[in-house]
Ligand binder design. Structure first.
Ligand SMILES: [Zn+2]
Length: 80
């Protein structure tokens, strides 16, 4: 490539929107492990669902909230 701007971070071939979170780290309320979970930005600004911890396999009640800039806030607690 003869592009004089090679290496400029603005020349990324696949620009993607960094504002929308599609994965986030949470701390398991049972075993205390930090686990990366996948989010679904297309699923709405407020999502609540049950997901099993991939470390200890116990169920979380997951609450996801997106703000108007696409930043996710995730709360995880023990599901009963
Ligand atoms: Zn766990």
């Amino acid at each position: 490539m003869s592009d004089p701007n090679a290496g400029d971070p603005q020349d990324d071939e696949l620009p993607k929107d960094p504002a929308v979170d599609c994965e986030i780290e949470v701390t398991c309320p049972y075993c205390g492990e930090t686990v990366l979970i996948m989010l679904d930005p297309a699923g709405g600004g407020a999502q609540d669902y049950v997901e099993d911890c991939e470390v200890c396999c116990r169920p979380w009640q997951v609450s996801v909230r997106y703000d108007d800039r696409g930043a996710a806030t995730v709360h995880v607690e023990q599901a009963q």
